[in-house]
Write a protein that binds this ligand. Structure first.
Ligand code: MN
Length: 134
């Protein structure tokens, strides 16, 4: 653990849903009071989620590094430490690191019943190269 890290890197996330090396430390699980979970996600350079949706939205709070957030059909949004992204419900999107910098964000993810995410297709290498070229 880097001495400047706030939370431990945690457990590696599955390659079905994350391209490259991504890690999760769960901070708060859904419980009788909270209809959401809170986790700290670390993306190593080149790592990103697959395209996905959240039935009740998600908030990302970037605490380190640089990366991208992109909604389907819209221009990519570069994101960096200190930025907050409010993701609407049922919007197809992905988030992840740049090809040279890591990205660390807190993810606050709401549940609709017992579902908080629907995973879709990977962000292709072509799609990912295109956003990094800008
Ligand atoms: Mn998301």
């Amino acid at each position: 653990m880097d001495t400047t890290d706030i939370f431990p890197k945690g457990q590696q996330l599955p390659s079905e849903w994350f391209t490259g090396n991504a890690f999760l430390t769960q901070l708060i699980a859904k419980d009788k009071n909270h209809e959401f979970s809170v986790g700290c996600v670390t993306f190593e350079p080149k790592a990103r989620t697959v395209w996905h949706t959240h039935p009740k939205g998600q908030v990302l709070i970037v605490i380190d590094g640089e990366g991208f957030y992109q909604e389907k059909g819209k221009p990519v949004q570069p994101i960096a430490k200190g930025e907050v992204i409010n993701i609407p419900e049922n919007i197809e999107h992905w988030h992840g690191a740049t090809d040279t910098k890591k990205l660390v964000h807190i993810a606050i993810t709401n549940y609709k019943d017992d579902v908080q995410v629907t995973w879709l297709q990977p962000v292709s290498d072509d799609e990912y190269s295109e956003v990094n070229a800008k």
